[in-house]
Design a protein around this ligand. Structure first.
Ligand code: FES
Ligand code: FES
Length: 444
């Protein structure tokens, strides 16, 4: 593989990108105003089909904005000098190194990242081919390779007619530190051969909510500019991403109270919120939308989410409620959830409260793994069931101080449980091995 840098431009032409007919389209450029290094500048762009506005320092590069402000961590950073190509994204359809572009240069631009190429359930042909050819080892270069090969097969001089022997040079703008080039080149050659009429467009560029610490902020929610303590943006409505959730939780709590009393709690959002450990209702926006905050602790990490809960289905006759929730913390963690609650009568005059939740996690919180996140959420819903039972009996939510274990203790308990069961598995394995050694020694 040669060290030549092929088609990728470090900074695309921001003044005149040709349209389909080849006519240069003049795009609005940011006014040439001077700002102080510490000032934030609003930048509006379309990322993977979604319009976003972020308030960022003028010197922040696009890759950091994508990762830190929009939670799109698929764009990787290697050298931050324009050499390795890990950070390759499409800007107005052309490959560009996101580490060499200031975000303010992308005002009005259309940016596509690897997240826009496809989803786990609906992969783009390039992603399928990388998987089929095992075109990765550690996978760190994979997003850059995917976006770069998309650009090559779409915008390259020969498109998908590119000759396989040309690929080593054409793809040399992205460096694989694992040197796993053989699988990568086979994958790209395969996709080129299978699509003689051109490569399909990215699959995952529908409008959705991007959650991050610098998203668009409502005018009355405190300006990001000059208010470093202002919390993350709260969206107007909750949108749940396509694709499989990070974790699913299903909890059935047997309560002593009857169905009608428990439904009375579920139907009263204020009371309901006070039964959720760590949650706090901040503002009722209208009859179905509520602003709130929640504190979640995972081991030593404590996250404070600000967000929106939206009731999308309320069926009193069937005692069912569906709530969408979305929150972000100032450290870049984001969570979105579909929560379904249902109350059913039990034989002893009490009832069963069923809570099912699909959790979509991104940012720091996603690093804790689906097992731990699921376990913490399960404990949260178990505690929630006990609090709802008490509220149904007394008409009041239990005091936070008497509501049982704190979110912190529950999370620590979940982590300890995970460690205990891992230790138990290891102990069992060691004992099994010792047993089989003893029995084979006895046999001989
Ligand atoms: S991180 Fe952008 S080229 Fe290396
Ligand atoms: S697969 Fe590890 S850097 Fe390319």
């Amino acid at each position: 593989m040669t060290a030549t840098q092929p088609r990728q431009s470090a900074a695309p032409d921001l003044t005149g990108t040709p349209d389909a007919a080849g006519t240069p389209v003049q795009r609005r450029l940011p006014a040439a105003a001077k700002v102080d290094a510490g000032d934030l500048v609003d930048v509006s762009m379309t990322v993977n089909g979604t319009d976003v506005t972020v308030a960022v320092p003028a010197r922040m590069h696009l890759a950091d904005v994508l990762r830190e402000h929009l939670g799109l961590t698929g764009t990787h950073l290697g050298c931050e000098h324009g050499v390795c190509g890990m950070c390759t994204v499409l800007v107005d359809g052309d490959a560009a190194r996101a580490c060499l572009l200031f975000a303010v240069q992308c005002e009005g631009a259309e940016v596509t990242t690897v997240e826009g190429l496809g989803t786990a359930d609906d992969q783009h042909p390039l992603q399928q081919a990388f998987s089929a050819h095992h075109g990765l080892q550690c996978g760190f270069c994979t997003p850059g390779m995917l976006m770069s090969s998309y650009d090559l097969l779409t915008n390259g001089p020969d498109g998908t007619a590119v000759a396989p022997e040309e690929l080593p040079e054409q793809m040399s703008g992205v460096i694989c530190r694992c040197t796993g080039y053989r699988g990568i080149l086979s994958a790209v050659a395969d996709v080129a051969a299978e699509h003689p009429d051109g490569l399909p467009a990215p699959y995952n560029c529908a409008s959705r909510t991007l959650v991050g610490r610098g998203g668009a902020r409502p005018a009355d929610a405190g300006s990001a500019q000059g208010d470093p303590d202002a919390g993350p943006a709260v969206p107007d409505e909750v949108r749940i991403p396509a694709g499989a959730p990070s974790a699913t939780v299903s909890v059935r709590s047997t309560l002593t109270s009857d169905v009608v009393s428990v439904w009375g709690v579920i139907d009263d959002f204020d009371l309901l919120a006070r039964c959720l450990p760590g949650a706090e209702l901040v503002e009722t926006l209208d009859e179905s939308r509520y602003r709130g905050r929640a504190t979640v602790a995972l081991g030593p990490v404590k996250l404070r989410f600000e967000g929106l809960a939206q009731v999308v289905q309320r069926e009193p006759a069937e005692h069912r409620l569906t709530v969408l929730a979305q929150g972000a913390d100032s450290g870049g963690s984001a969570t979105r959830a579909v929560i379904k609650l249902r109350v059913e009568p039990a034989e002893d005059g009490g009832c069963v409260l069923a809570a099912d939740a699909d959790l979509h996690l991104s940012g720091r919180i996603a690093q804790f793994g689906r097992a731990l996140a699921g376990d913490v959420s399960r404990r949260l819903f178990e505690q929630f069931g006990r609090s709802v039972d008490e509220a149904a009996r007394t008409g009041r939510a239990p005091d936070a101080s008497s509501a049982g274990p704190s979110p912190l203790r529950m999370a620590t308990g979940a982590a300890l449980d995970a460690l205990r069961s891992a230790a138990h598995r290891i102990r069992t394995r060691v004992q099994d091995r010792a047993r089989s050694r003893r029995s084979s020694n006895g046999d001989s």
